[in-house]
Ligand binder design. Structure first.
Ligand code: SAM
Length: 207
């Protein structure tokens, strides 16, 4: 396998030296998508938030700023991502405002109805199902809770890069496919927003 392919495959589960480089790169490279995704949460009230597939921890940090009285949990199944996030969020963890856990989204170690808001940036491409994973998200959200998905690869022809061809195991879903899975999982109200030309996708679903 070429070094570029090896590097890009770290997007699904960062590990080793290339994984460390990938995590630092994601903090920088995903910041515009993150800001756009977060702008869809204006008006959402949340005291318990979880960022699923938290990667470097950069989005958990933004969520802590955006919801200053909330507790924010980061969850990721990559031990390297968890270690990176714990370092980034060291102060917030010490202050009792944040936790980072190693977990697969398909089997989350949380009680039913534990969270008001769940976010997923650049990660549902890799989730098992994704229907079974979305069912887990429904389970851990309280009634009325919100789930926000932000994807750079929005699954339509206007994607500048077809990441599905570059990264093994990356499934590019379009908004209609995600909406179907979300409704089947039990979400009632689903809205899909797109950034044409950039190919980005943001989906907000209510339990
Ligand atoms: C491309 S990175 C995105 C990281 C971060 N959300 C961001 O926007 O920068 C995908 C992350 O999702 C995590 N991930 C993928 N599948 C997962 C699963 N089934 N359960 C938990 N984490 C998962 C990976 O380990 C990786 O850290």
């Amino acid at each position: 396998m070429g070094i570029l392919k090896k590097f890009l495959n770290n997007a699904s589960r960062p590990k080793g030296t290339l994984g460390k480089i990938m995590l630092s790169g994601m903090t920088f490279g995903h910041r515009w998508l993150s800001a756009w995704g977060l702008s869809h949460l204006d008006g959402v009230k949340a005291s318990t938030v979880i960022d699923l597939g938290c990667g470097s921890g950069a989005n958990a940090l933004k969520l802590l700023e955006m919801f200053p009285s909330a507790h924010v949990t980061g969850a990721d199944y990559s031990p390297l991502s968890v270690a990176h996030s714990k370092r980034k969020l060291e102060r917030e963890i010490a202050a009792g405002r944040c936790a980072v856990v190693e977990a697969n989204v398909a089997d989350l170690p949380f009680e039913d109805a534990s969270f008001d808001l769940a976010t997923a940036f650049e990660t549902v491409y890799f989730w098992p199902g994704p229907l079974e994973s979305f069912c887990e998200v429904v389970r851990i959200l309280r009634p009325g809770g919100v789930f926000m998905i932000s994807n750079e690869a929005g699954g339509l022809e206007d994607m500048p890069v077809d990441w599905g061809r570059w990264v093994d195991g990356l499934n590019c879903y379009d908004g209609a496919a995600l909406e179907r899975f979300l409704r089947e999982a039990g979400f009632s109200q689903v809205t899909v927003d797109r950034r044409p030309k950039l190919g980005w996708l943001c989906v907000v679903a209510h339990k």
